[in-house]
Design a protein around this ligand. Sequence first.
Ligand SMILES: Cc1cc2nc3c(=O)[nH]c(=O)nc-3n(C[C@H](O)[C@H](O)[C@H](O)COP(=O)(O)OP(=O)(O)OC[C@H]3O[C@@H](n4cnc5c(N)ncnc54)[C@H](O)[C@@H]3O)c2cc1C
Ligand code: SF4
Length: 312
Amino acid sequence: MRPFEYSRAADVASAVGAGRAGARYLAGGTNLVDLMRLGVETPDRVVDVGRLGLDEVTETDGGGVRIGAGVRMSDLAAHPLILERYPVVSQALLAGASGQLRNMATIGGNLLQRTRCVYFQDVSKPCNKRAPGSGCPAIEGEHRGLAILGHSDACVATHPSDLAVALAALDAIVQLAGGRTVAMPGLHRLPGDDPSRDTVLEPGDLIVGIELPPPLSGPQRYRKVRDRASFAFALVSVAAAVDGSDVRLALGGVAHVPWRCFTAEEALRGGASFEQAADAELADARPLRDNGFKLTLARNLLVRTLDDLTHT
Ligand SMILES: Cc1cc2nc3c(=O)[nH]c(=O)nc-3n(C[C@H](O)[C@H](O)[C@H](O)COP(=O)(O)OP(=O)(O)OC[C@H]3O[C@@H](n4cnc5c(N)ncnc54)[C@H](O)[C@@H]3O)c2cc1C
Ligand code: SF4
């Protein structure tokens, strides 16, 4: 690992000051430190944001819930407010990583974790995301776990967070230091011709919290298909939440962003069957040579989850 300077921020203002001056934020370190060991991330300065007091889950005046960016995944998954009002969030968290990792990893870090594309993690290989302009070997190479929707000629990576999929379905709001907010699913961006940028955040932006709007009226579900029953990223996942006669849907494991299914939602409002809604959502999918199975998985997962929820 390259030498780097470590400091611990005492408050949000000093963390942001360090971030604006080029330091990388360190939360649980479960992704950043791994990538530094691999030589993928090479910060000269790292500022620890683990003791900023951003570790509370509280009710908001508007009837929603605010989650501090430093809350640990395991604490959030077990929190009574989340279990009772936003079970899809708890289910998504518990479907990810392992017990030990969830005890370390934070909500802010989870949303900003980087893709698991094998070429991104291997500095001996070209990769447009890590080294802009060097090429994308995944398009012709190992891409079984990568995107079928929204990808570009520059990058076919997927975003790995399960939590982000649940937050995208719930219209969560990401709160940044300084007061700016970003509505999910708008935090992450499609690769276009600049895959080096995973999100709409600028260097130095610090996530301080997530706000969940007041709970929806109906049942919620997170379902994840993966190669192993634990400790594996999603091949495809779905977050679904019913609100009266409406349903919110998002897919994971299929794109560079948590994929909110606006087309399927609209089709369902217009009286389409679950199968028709899923087909409408996936009409623009462009599977790669080895990941066409994801299209079938995504369709079946949408249909089955909708079917389950309407019989809950
Ligand atoms: C073996 C393994 C399996 C895993 N499986 C899954 C899985 O199935 N599903 C899943 O969702 N995740 C999975 N993960 C990923 C894990 O959930 C993430 O590594 C973790 O959530 C990152 O959180 P962290 O606090 O450790 O972030 P860090 O590693 O500290 O930071 C990650 C990134 O976020 C930035 N950052 C951190 N906090 C902030 C903030 N407040 N504001 C702005 N930037 C910030 C950092 O600068 C860094 O770029 C797995 C990880 C491993 C190692
Ligand atoms: S898919 Fe994206 S992350 Fe993977 S090699 Fe191509 S450019 Fe890099």
